[in-house]
Design a protein. Structure first.
Length: 380
């Protein structure tokens, strides 16, 4: 099966430097270098779809623009790119969320994917009026997805759950196609929710051995539910014609990290209740030393950015080799980003994707396969 690649819409701002923040910490000043206007984000979206990315992740949180509104506007300036919209179940009713998704599907021509984010920071959740603890939030997410999936199937739903209650909930028009649900989480309760409701389980870019453990864990849980789940990974990329050029770029980015900013961001992230964030922090320990934690896997981004904190760094061939390594574990989808997002999309799209295509691992989603092209008759 051909690998699937998604890009990222930096709705927290973009820069030639790393834009930090996330997971309860504010975006760093570099986010003002290229504000997240609809015009600029549309440039990225059009570049991504031309290069062969299937979708683009749009983040959620107090540090960035609202994902639903932003992607609805950017969709009008693109043609084929899908939008992996991150949203938090606790902030909107399940019936309304199901209706919003159905509307987005119809108005965009079926270009919606959903990244369900339970929320790992209680202090940020409380700012939005959500006072549940983390485990309770995951249980609520399970109820939420149960309702939403049933509504998408055209069912009338009555549920009196621990956290959510609906009576005679029903959609006038169901989405076609039903949006795929992407979901991540490293705690035991997160695994249970993923096994029951996720189409794609997403992990942040940990070393392959740790990723393999997660895949085995979710596969076992999903098997007990009688389900199969696909797997994806979230990474940054710094890819160049030579390894030396790529690592020089990583060094340039690292040199731009103000020590005070690193300390402030790390202190903020230390409050996180997210098991995934804890695992990210453990990869670098707040130190600038020893950041290559696996061949071509660099943990430097995580010094100033919450969430995904690792990058594939190397020549185009080296980065392709690391992608093959993750693919061999069972990863089918890659959600990527790089600074700045417009230029880095071209570095990856023109440098790495053709190499994967030559090896039969990837095909541009918007062009016919060779055998299909051969069947088209010549025009007279």
């Amino acid at each position: 099966m051909s690998l699937t690649f998604h890009w990222f819409l930096p709705t927290n701002g973009d820069s030639r430097h790393v834009v930090g923040g996330g997971h309860g910490t504010p975006a760093t000043a570099s986010g003002r270098d290229r504000p997240p206007t609809v015009a600029y984000l549309s440039q990225i979206a059009r570049a991504a779809e031309d290069l062969g990315f299937v979708g683009a992740l749009t983040p959620t949180g107090a540090w960035c623009e609202d994902a639903w509104l932003t992607t609805a506007m950017v969709a009008q300036h693109s043609e084929r790119l899908k939008f992996l919209v991150a949203f938090r179940p606790g902030f909107v009713s399940p019936t309304l969320a199901a209706q919003m998704a159905a509307t987005f599907q119809r108005q965009s021509g079926g270009r919606l994917l959903l990244n369900v984010v339970t929320g790992g920071e209680s202090h940020e959740q409380r700012a939005y009026g959500d006072f549940l603890d983390k485990d309770a939030r995951y249980r609520r997410t399970g109820e939420f997805l149960h309702i939403v999936r049933a509504l998408w199937e055209g069912e009338t739903v009555d549920l009196a759950g621990e956290h959510l209650k609906v009576e005679e909930a029903r959609l006038a028009r169901v989405p076609d196609p039903v949006p795929q649900v992407y979901f991540g989480g490293s705690s035991p309760v997160a695994g249970e929710v993923a096994a029951r409701y996720a189409d794609v389980y997403l992990t942040w870019g940990e070393p392959p051995a740790q990723v393999a453990e997660k895949i085995a864990w979710i596969r076992e849980l999903a098997g007990k539910e009688g389900r199969t789940v696909r797997f994806g990974i979230r990474l940054h990329v710094i890819t160049r014609d030579t390894s030396a050029q790529a690592w020089a770029e990583a060094d340039r980015l690292l040199a731009g990290f103000d020590p005070q900013t690193v300390r402030s961001v790390q202190a903020g992230l230390a409050r996180s209740e997210s098991e995934g964030q804890r695992r990210m922090l453990a990869l670098h320990g707040g130190s600038r030393d020893g950041l290559e934690i696996h061949p071509n896997l660099w943990a430097g981004i995580g010094l100033v950015r919450g969430g995904a904190g690792t990058a594939l760094v190397g020549s185009h061939e080296e980065v392709a080799e690391r992608i093959r390594e993750y693919h061999a574990l069972g990863i089918e989808e890659f959600v990527l980003s790089g600074y700045p997002h417009l230029e880095e999309a071209y570095w990856f799209g023109e440098g790495v994707l053709p190499r994967l295509a030559a090896q039969g691992l990837w095909h541009h989603p918007h062009t016919p396969r060779p055998q299909q092209a051969a069947q088209v008759p010549f025009a007279s």
